[in-house]
Design a protein around this ligand. Structure first.
Ligand SMILES: C[S@@+](CC[C@H](N)C(=O)[O-])C[C@H]1O[C@@H](n2cnc3c(N)ncnc32)[C@H](O)[C@@H]1O
Length: 763
């Protein structure tokens, strides 16, 4: 009998993208043609306005409207580079001149918004040209902190350089503006505004101080962008070096600091200092700009200068103390981790940033043969040593209220990625546009085969190629959480997924939607399935520690994909996500395994994982699961033929964890103890007790579950009455925890109770 089933989100997505793909393929065939059909002006406006704002958006506590219709999609399709020609060299075109699927090189178009804008992924409006023709305009990658009506209010006149005219995924047409440097918003007095669109009443002559007052009004309302725009207008007419010029520069510097445009704030404050070298506010704001940019030496010298002249300035004194602390962190890599961790916990729904410096330990970037560049140890390094404590170039945590979980869909690559990646690209673009000096470090990262445009600025503004930013992001960004922690893996196995998580699991190849961020130095680290360093997250910091002893000159590696899949799945992901084939020993061994071995292993693992359902049942049921689980684990173990120290038994991790939990629940400490030690051995560890200490004689495969294995040895040891073993292993367990989680200060928060219950001293 036919049974109707509701289409799943996966079906809907699949249908949506298949349709979009078809429309766009057909559109490509009509490249260079005029659209066959265009709606009338009133239809355009009707469609636009009927996008139901009330139902699909809500205003967050920060005043920003966001979509409430689940996950929105950002479809990347055609990669056209940004315009690099100055405006003066471009030729004017009208809407009627535009042809499909083309970026109209050498041309510009001038338009006026005729509706109240919408925001979905882009800010979209309907705009007219001087002939009264209208078109949909989709403006991407604008600052998310500004409402669409601030970006392109009704009546706003703007220029789009080299407009890209395209078919939309729903079959209509639009001008899509991807690159922030391709759009110029014109203000009321700009001479490029056609006469017919000029305000009827010319603005009365305004004094620069009127602009300052307007700016201050916006500043008070926390509309920093608008405030800065007013100060800029005032600066255009103020006499350089005059009192009003200095006021305006100081105020604009402050607005820029609020916006995070630190380079611009420094330029303004330094301009004031060129007139008045000891201006107190300018010195302080310049120091703050340097501090926020991580240039603590410059911040220090500016603050010292300020305090010499104004020794009572409390803010400067306090900032100088903080600067000294940052310099210490930068030099020594010593941080107050517990305090920082607690701060991160308090962020709640807020977006946070830790006030701390970046530490670059004994590492350098160098050539890594066929892998491009890599990160190398500059001296011998001990297990657990801090290699990097890197500050995010930009990070979007999914825990923050402003997080936008979207599917970034690349139709060309036929790949969707769920998470904050789409938001990250947009924020990176804004960061690069407003802090161009900082951008150099970003552009130096690995881009794959993307062809860059020439030139860094046009018409005095930075050129930001959104497609390049996207490429760099996809190859270098890390999926991340706010805090690394050692969760009970079973919790994840059992936790019911939320609706959104289910949608994501169906729509995204990775199956999860995570926060994401970009860290410059860690981006140089290449992958190995058996990595020699670990990476962990603490707020906006990414911590890298040595996962074993390293020798001078040795390449540092991390595991790009911390999961337990076999070689075929791993290689597929490496190729599609990062464009490389892994040639580490683990991959080579598994690739050389006889046909069927991997399948057998996968099959047994799958069978073993099914036993997790026993854990929801009675002790008797669990009891009955022990023997078959042992048999399955032995079976999996038998599929490995090479010794564990060259081929760690990674696929045994989850089955072992289930058996381990069976043994804990049925109260068999000796078996728990034995299994944990055996598993560590299976991961390649060789651990011995020497001179009253537990020492690791050979380092195994380091990953999150390893901490649990160590903890099991400690607790089971204590329960068996062997307190000495428990205490000795406790100390090495703390070290292991530090390597995996990034810091050891929170160890007892995580495991103190389990240890106490087992009778292990926790002092
Ligand atoms: C995050 S970057 C790492 C730094 C990069 N090698 C560079 O030159 O800037 C990721 C890229 O490095 C290369 N890569 C990383 N690990 C690799 C490996 N094990 N084998 C080959 N290429 C690798 C790939 O091109 C990948 O897309």
């Amino acid at each position: 009998m036919f049974r109707y089933e509701e289409p799943t989100w996966a079906d809907q997505w699949f249908n949506y993208f298949t349709r979009a793909e078809k429309i766009l393929k057909e559109a490509e065939a009509r490249k260079g043609e005029k659209p066959l059909y265009k709606p009338s002006r009133s239809q355009y406006i009707f469609y636009h306005n009927s996008f139901n704002r009330e139902a699909s958006e809500e205003v967050g506590s920060d005043g920003i409207r966001r979509s409430t219709v689940g996950l929105s999609t950002n479809i990347a399709y055609n990669e056209h580079p940004p315009c690099t020609s100055p405006f003066a060299t471009l030729e004017k075109k009208f809407l009627d001149d535009l042809r499909l699927e083309l970026a109209h090189r050498g041309s510009y178009i001038i338009l006026r918004a005729v509706v109240f804008p919408n925001r979905y992924v882009s800010v979209s409006t309907i705009a007219e040209d001087e002939n009264g023709e209208v078109e949909l305009v989709q403006i991407y990658n604008q600052d998310d902190r500004r409402s669409p009506e601030c970006i392109v209010p009704e009546g706003q006149v703007f220029i789009v350089k080299e407009p890209y005219f395209k078919t939309t995924s729903s079959g209509g047409t639009s001008i899509r503006v991807d690159h922030v440097s391709d759009i110029i918003f014109l203000d009321g007095e700009d001479e490029r505004i056609p006469e017919k669109w000029r305000p009827r009443l010319k603005l009365l002559a305004r004094r620069s101080l009127d602009w300052k007052d307007d700016g201050n009004g916006f500043y008070k309302k926390k509309q920093y962008f608008e405030a800065a725009q007013c100060y800029t207008k005032g600066l255009e007419i103020a006499e350089p070096g005059s009192v009003s010029d200095i006021f305006l520069l100081l105020n604009r510097a402050q607005a820029y600091l609020e916006l995070g445009y630190n380079e611009k704030a420094l330029i303004d404050a330094d301009k004031v200092l060129s007139y008045e070298p000891l201006n107190q506010k300018a010195l302080y704001r310049s120091a703050l700009a340097c501090y926020k940019d991580g240039d603590y030496e410059s911040a220090k010298s500016r603050l010292v200068k300020l305090l010499k002249k104004f020794p009572e300035n409390k803010n400067a004194k306090e900032r100088l103390l903080r600067t000294f602390q940052r310099l210490r962190e930068q030099r020594t890599g010593k941080y107050e981790f517990l305090k920082m961790r607690n701060q991160v916990k308090e962020w709640g729904e807020k977006r946070g940033k830790l006030d701390c410096a970046e530490y670059v330990g004994p590492v350098r970037v160098g050539k890594a043969g066929g892998k491009g560049r890599g990160l190398f140890a500059t001296r011998d390094v001990k297990f657990g040593e801090l290699l990097l404590c890197s500050k995010a170039f930009k990070v979007c945590h999914k825990e923050a209220a402003n997080a936008r979980l979207e599917i970034l869909f690349n139709l060309k690559a036929r790949k969707g990625q769920a998470g904050t990646h789409s938001q990250l690209v947009q924020e990176l673009i804004q960061e690069l546009y407003h802090n161009p000096k900082k951008a150099k470090r970003f552009y130096d990262l690995h881009t794959g085969d993307y062809k860059r445009v020439r030139g860094e600025t046009v018409d005095g503004l930075p050129i930001v190629d959104s497609h390049l930013v996207m490429r760099i992001m996809l190859r270098n960004a890390f999926e991340c959480s706010r805090l690394s922690s050692v969760d009970d893996p079973l919790e994840n196995l059992f936790r019911e997924k939320t609706e959104v998580e289910k949608m994501i699991a169906e729509a995204s190849p990775t199956g999860t939607a995570e926060g994401s961020g970009l860290w410059i130095m860690p981006s140089y680290i290449n992958h190995s399935c058996w990595q020699n360093s670990t990476r962990s997250f603490l707020g906006d910091l990414l911590i890298v520690r040595a996962a074993r002893d390293l020798s001078e000159g040795e390449e540092i590696t991390i595991n790009y994909m911390e999961n337990e899949s076999g070689v075929q799945k791993r290689q597929k992901a490496f190729l599609s996500e990062w464009g490389f084939e892994c040639k580490c020993t683990m991959c080579e061994i598994e690739t050389a395994e006889p046909q069927g071995v991997q399948d057998k292993r996968d099959e047994l693992v799958e069978k073993a994982l099914k036993f997790k359902v026993y854990l929801k049942q009675s002790t008797e049921k669990i009891e009955s699961g022990v023997a078959p689980m042992i048999k399955l684990i032995k079976g999996i173990e038998a599929t490995y033929t090479k010794p564990e120290f060259i081929h760690p038994r990674v696929q045994l991790l989850s089955p072992t964890h289930i058996l381990q939990t069976f043994l804990v629940r049925t109260e068999r400490p000796p078996d728990v103890f034995f299994l944990a030690k055996q598993s560590l051995n299976g991961l390649g560890f060789k651990i011995a007790t020497k001179g009253g200490r537990v020492v690791i004689e050979r380092y195994g495969h380091m990953c999150y579950p390893v901490v649990n294995l160590f903890v099991h040895v400690v607790t089971a040891g204590a329960m068996m009455g062997d307190l000495l073993t428990a205490v000795l292993w406790r100390n090495i367990t703390i070290k292991i925890y530090e390597v995996v989680v990034g810091e050891k200060e929170s160890f007892f928060d995580a495991f103190g109770r389990a240890l106490l219950q087992a009778g292990v001293p926790v002092d």
